[in-house]
Design a protein around this ligand. Structure first.
Ligand code: FRU
Length: 510
């Protein structure tokens, strides 16, 4: 780095620190979700439990609240819900690359290794896989062996490979390192499989799996993992309208390095979910975190100097019908402060919901409704409503059709609309009710339905006084078996306003 570049970096860093105070004061600043101290965040990267702490990295532009020169932001936690900022872990080398794109982390002996995509539109090839290493889990040095995978394989067995080749996800399996990366050929998404003993020299094994022609033109952020005796390939397909992030569930032939999907499932039905990644905790749980936005979003928080947030960590499991269930990790309960309400009652049709104790912008609401009156046509949960009701989000459920609709058309600023999900028929021995666990943060909703059957993530930007909640039964009554709500903690307070940040990370890396 020249002196001039160093000066420029320092100036930009000082500006980022100033932006961080502005972002901390943003009325939309999440209270318990991972967000950038300032600037831009997209994909979660490098999820790992390393020396007892959980590390989350993320795609980050420290100098503007918009996609740009991609760095790796970094936070750590000892319990998956209370996060602390660490210095930026990776910065692009201005001579070599425009961005350090998405990737993953593994622990090799005592070393924490990050595998990421070096991206530059000015270089051919534009995407190469690279390695960075750290002994303390804080400072990372790029490997002198970079790029560890310099180009797409000549023998990929595919014509028409584009230059897209990114988002390496590494895992240990059968005595060696395995890496899956996303690619694109002939208008179809692909997941390529590599193996290595060293992390620096990789051998191309073949195409792990490819789109059947309906599953998008490029598979971003592929992740491959065992779950409940099967295997799941999770992908973020580009150009697959109406779909964001899919679980492909099937069988893995490890000897041939081929995965055969047998079922496909949406990882999240909300509009704001993409580029999710998983990792395995020391106690054997498969935990997922996603980017809680979408590329086509409007980002009202840009005006406050920041944009982008990650979902709560979620635990995945496979149920007896072979579907993936997604529940908030049990540690999410640590965020509960005071309980606002916990009781059951009969919800009489057309009357108010009797839950005025529930108020605020940082809540967990858990409810269980039973539809024992056949004349009840609709059940509505009103969220983040302003005193005059002009601003509000509605979750509407049609019990007979088992259809759930999230309506954000009057939610406030940002992109708004409706999204609908068809819920599965209940298993014969289970009660045909609706169970919801709703996480409200200042500018987001995460709605977990029927013990993880479905989840919807949505960013909303309501008016500041939109803090009320209500329930409604239409046409008939319904039985609220239980309604509980807790106010949740603000993990970034007090004083956790500043990036800790960029300066060290930027200088160390260049
Ligand atoms: C997914 C993605 C990745 C890429 C990263 C760049 O959202 O496009 O494929 O590595 O974002 O920030």
């Amino acid at each position: 780095m020249t002196n001039r570049q160093k000066n420029e970096t320092e100036k930009a860093t000082a500006a980022a620190m100033k932006e961080a105070s502005r972002a901390a004061a943003s009325p939309y600043r999440p209270r318990y979700h991972i967000m950038p101290a300032s600037g831009w965040l997209n994909d979660p990267n490098g999820l790992i439990q390393y020396r007892g702490r959980f590390h989350v990295f993320y795609q980050h532009h420290p100098f503007a609240p918009a996609f740009g020169s991609m760095h790796w932001g970094h936070v750590v936690s000892s319990d998956l819900v209370h996060w602390e900022r660490l210095p930026v872990a990776l910065a692009p080398d201005p001579a070599e690359e425009e961005g350090c794109f998405s990737g993953s982390a593994v622990a090799r002996g005592g070393t924490l290794a990050l595998l990421y995509t070096s991206h530059s539109d000015r270089r051919d090839p534009k995407e190469q896989q690279c390695l960075a290493l750290s002994r303390d889990g804080v400072r990372f040095l790029k490997s002198t062996a970079n790029p560890v995978i310099p180009r797409l394989p000549a023998n990929a067995g595919e014509n028409g490979l584009t230059g897209d080749f990114r988002d390496p996800k590494v895992f240990w399996d059968r005595g060696c390192w395995n890496l899956v990366a996303g690619a694109s050929a002939d208008g179809k998404g692909l997941a390529l499989l590599y193996r290595s003993r060293s992390l620096t020299r990789w051998r191309f094994q073949g195409v792990l799996c490819q789109s059947d022609g309906t599953q998008g033109s490029m598979w971003e952020c592929p992740d491959f993992f065992p779950l409940g005796g099967r295997h799941v390939l999770m992908i973020s397909p580009m150009n697959m309208p109406g779909h964001k992030n899919l679980f492909l569930i099937g069988e893995y032939d490890a000897a041939r390095g081929r995965f055969s999907p047998q079922a496909q499932q949406e990882a999240d039905f909300g509009h704001d979910f993409y580029a999710a990644q998983t990792f395995e905790t020391a106690d054997g749980r498969r935990v997922l975190i996603g980017w809680m936005d979408a590329w086509d979003d409007v980002f009202p928080t840009r005006a406050d100097g920041w944009a982008g947030a990650l979902t709560l960590p979620r635990e995945l499991s496979l149920d007896s019908t072979g579907r993936v269930r997604t529940r908030p990790v049990r540690e999410a309960e640590l965020l509960r402060k005071n309980r606002l309400i916990d009781f059951g009652f009969r919800l009489i049709h057309h009357s108010a919901g009797n839950i005025s104790e529930i108020t605020g912008d940082s809540l967990e609401i858990a409810l269980s409704a039973l539809f024992d009156d056949p004349s009840c046509r609709e059940f509505v949960v009103v969220l983040r409503a302003s005193p005059d009701g002009g601003c509000r989000t509605e979750l509407r459920y049609l019990p007979q059709e088992r259809r759930l609709t999230l309506d954000t058309t009057r939610a406030g600023a940002g992109r708004t609309g409706t999204v609908s999900v068809q819920l599965a028929a209940p298993e014969p021995e289970k009660t045909p009710g609706l169970r919801l666990r709703i996480y409200v943060d200042r500018c987001s909703l995460e709605i977990f339905v029927n013990d993880g059957e479905t989840v919807l993530s949505e960013r909303i930007y309501p008016a500041r006084d939109a803090l009320a909640y209500d329930l409604r039964a239409v046409g008939g009554d319904c039985e609220m078996q239980s309604v509980a709500a807790w106010e949740l903690e603000d993990i970034w307070e007090p004083g956790e306003s500043v990036p800790g940040t960029a300066k060290e990370g930027l200088v160390q890396n260049a």
